[in-house]
Design a binder for this molecule. Structure first.
Ligand code: NAP
Length: 278
């Protein structure tokens, strides 16, 4: 039985929307019959249909039929998309109860509320999710807009928390979290690939090296989360004096790994903020 009765809509059915939508289906939070997805090119929505979800090339249909509407277009599409919806939209009493959830990087609540000002009593929540939500290991931070009620927030929290960790944060923090958690999976995939390359260079077969690198990362992440120890303490536990690990750690320091990762988060956070201003 689904945990939510509402109909969920996605305007924009790309990677982020699919991570959320398919994650909710897999975790039986909603049934496929409760989900509706729109996008301009129906052929690009095939993966939704493959899992039994109805798709449409008409965003207004999602606006009309869904109770919780995820806005999942790229930031530069927001204005033309919202302008089109504005022209097609007719207010009914029921519409006031709809909940809008933006996943757009960098686009603040003020802008979102302006673009959707044609909806009376607009309830808009700005979020920053990430793609590991697809397998229930994601992170979403969120900030509610003016008219969002406590019960709406609780419902959204329950939904997003079923796909990993969800947390309310002040809006000023969202662009910074984007650099760490929204963009972070791409950084980590690069690290996994590079570690696997290292293994291959040392003679480990490619598939095995990839699997070992990914599992090692998963295990290390769980150690940080479950042991409660600071990562530096855990690292020291691996580094025997004069041993093999400390030599590798020294190479990481020479290659400025830490500064590089800090810079990556900083640049991605700044870029997210820029995207929202365009
Ligand atoms: N990917 C991530 O890891 C991630 C993480 C956090 C937040 N986000 C945010 O999620 C949003 C979507 O990113 P994404 O990575 O999912 O991009 P994406 O895979 O390119 O998806 C964007 C989708 O929007 C559709 N679209 C284009 N114009 C539209 C319109 N007028 N109306 C409705 N749909 C339209 C596109 O359809 P066509 O392909 O047919 O053009 C595409 O399916 C962005 O705002 C991004 O900041 C992404």
């Amino acid at each position: 039985m689904a945990k939510l009765d509402e109909k969920i809509g996605f305007i924009g059915g790309g990677n982020m929307a699919f991570a959320i939508g398919s994650g909710l289906i897999t975790r039986e939070f909603v049934k496929t019959s409760q989900v509706l997805v729109s996008g301009p090119n129906i052929e690009n929505l095939a993966r939704w249909r493959d899992i039994g979800i109805t798709t449409t090339d008409n965003n207004c249909e999602v606006l009309d039929k869904a109770d919780i509407i995820f806005i999942c277009v790229k930031p530069h599409i927001l204005t033309p998309m919202a302008t089109h919806l504005r022209g097609m939209y007719t207010t009914t009493a029921k519409d006031k109860d709809k909940l809008f959830v933006s996943v757009l990087a960098g686009v603040n609540l003020k802008t979102l509320e302006e673009k959707f000002s044609f909806v009376d009593g607009l309830k808009m929540i700005r979020t920053m999710p990430n793609t590991p939500m697809q397998i229930g290991e994601g992170i979403t931070v969120y900030t509610p807009g003016s008219y969002v009620k406590q019960q709406d927030l609780e419902k959204l929290h329950l939904m997003l928390n079923s796909l990993g960790i969800a947390q309310q944060v002040p809006e000023a923090m969202i662009d910074s979290v984007t650099g760490v958690a929204g963009c972070g999976p791409a950084f980590v995939y690069t690290i996994i690939e590079a570690l696997a390359d290292g293994g291959v260079k040392q003679g480990v077969p490619r598939q095995m090296a990839l699997q070992f690198a990914a599992q090692m990362l998963l295990g290390s992440a769980k150690m940080v989360m479950l042991s409660g120890k600071h990562p530096a303490v855990l690292r020291d536990e691996v580094c025997s004096p004069g041993g093999a690990t400390i030599v590798g750690v020294h190479e990481l320091e020479k290659g400025n790994l830490r500064a590089t990762l800090i810079n990556a988060v900083e640049k991605s956070s700044q870029r997210a903020a820029e995207l929202g201003k365009k």
